[in-house]
Design a binder for this molecule. Structure first.
Ligand SMILES: [Mn+2]
Length: 327
């Protein structure tokens, strides 16, 4: 049987939803009956794609950076920093295959895929509208308040918690497959999802306390260094729940595969954002969206990460936006 390999942004609700929507579209409109193989992609220092990532008969990347590999068949992304290099960007712009798509104006890659598939390939997204709508709210941070994602009362948000912090790849794949054929609520309330929630929710409550203890506010910036704490995949809205007056948050964290600087902006801030956070992070090899971005360094580069984070805190706290050009 032929294989469609789907590489998606791992531990991300939009990445998982994108994989589900792409798969449903692919099975209905492109190659029915092909076998799906899924691989999560994570941002890290250096090369993002291993040679063996594109080992399907066709290969797709959704909600993640571009690759100029000749083996890549499909690509959908909505990130402002979609390319690792200028060569990759030129390669994409020269492509005339009609299967690679970028639009940084979209709040979620999930909706982007659904819209392109409907417009260009006659795909009917009606049965998965709820998923598309939810992914747009979650990835676009279109919540009423910071309390909504942090207090996590809705089933879809509990499913997002599982997707963002559980590392059981077989279970995440089951979610991707189920989201193609069952309603979001049904998937979110499946016993095999529900049983994962309690320990992750406990960890989430703990993350709130760790951030409360470690954060210091400078002007309109909340900064916290949580290297050494078990904090991978913590909710990016926690700082705005704790410090609703800030405009930005900057943090340093560390895991087995990276030291990470996260830079975000408060969607409910009394003082609006004035800086392009993707441009700031691109200066240090990172990227993302204007409203939220990150830099990944090697795991042993923690001190360097701390230095970069301190510089970004100063820049954001000073208030005047600087250019996105390298300094
Ligand atoms: Mn996304």
């Amino acid at each position: 049987m032929s294989i469609i390999k789907v590489c998606y942004h791992g531990n991300c609700f939009d990445g998982v939803s994108s994989a589900a929507v792409f798969s449903r579209f692919y099975g209905e409109k492109i190659n029915p009956g092909w076998e799906y193989v899924y691989q999560p992609m994570m941002h890290r220092a250096g090369a993002l794609f291993d040679d063996d990532a594109f080992d399907g008969d066709e290969n797709a990347i959704v909600d993640f950076k571009y690759s100029s590999s000749p083996k890549l068949t499909w690509w959908f992304d909505h990130h402002k920093s979609a390319f690792l290099t200028e060569e990759d960007e030129a390669h994409f712009k020269a492509d005339r295959g009609g299967k690679k798509f970028l639009d940084a104006g979209y709040k979620s890659c999930t909706r982007f895929i659904a819209d392109v598939a409907e417009r260009e390939f006659g795909f009917d997204p009606t049965p998965i509208r709820e998923l598309i709508h939810r992914a747009n709210i979650i990835d676009g941070a279109l919540y009423e308040s910071a309390a909504q994602p942090v207090e996590m009362r809705e089933d879809a948000l509990k499913l997002a918690l599982v997707i963002e912090s559980d590392h059981d790849q077989a279970m995440i794949e089951r979610i991707i497959r189920d989201l193609q054929v069952r309603s979001l609520t049904e998937v979110a309330t499946s016993p095999w999802v529900v049983e994962r929630i309690a320990p992750l929710y406990e960890r989430h409550r703990n993350a709130i306390e760790i951030i409360r203890r470690n954060a210091r506010v400078t002007g309109s910036v909340a900064f916290f260094d949580v290297a050494g704490e078990d904090m991978e995949g913590y909710s990016k809205f926690i700082p705005y729940y704790l410090f609703p007056e800030v405009t930005y948050s900057v943090s340093v964290s560390q895991s087995t595969f990276r030291s990470k600087i996260s830079v975000g902006s408060n969607p409910w801030a009394p003082k609006p954002r004035t800086h392009d956070l993707a441009a700031i992070c691109e200066r240090f090899g990172g990227g993302g969206h204007a409203v939220v971005a990150a830099i990944s360094l090697a795991p042993d580069e923690l001190e360097n990460a701390r230095r970069i984070a301190a510089g970004i805190v100063d820049e954001l706290a000073a208030g005047t936006p600087t250019s996105g050009r390298p300094v």
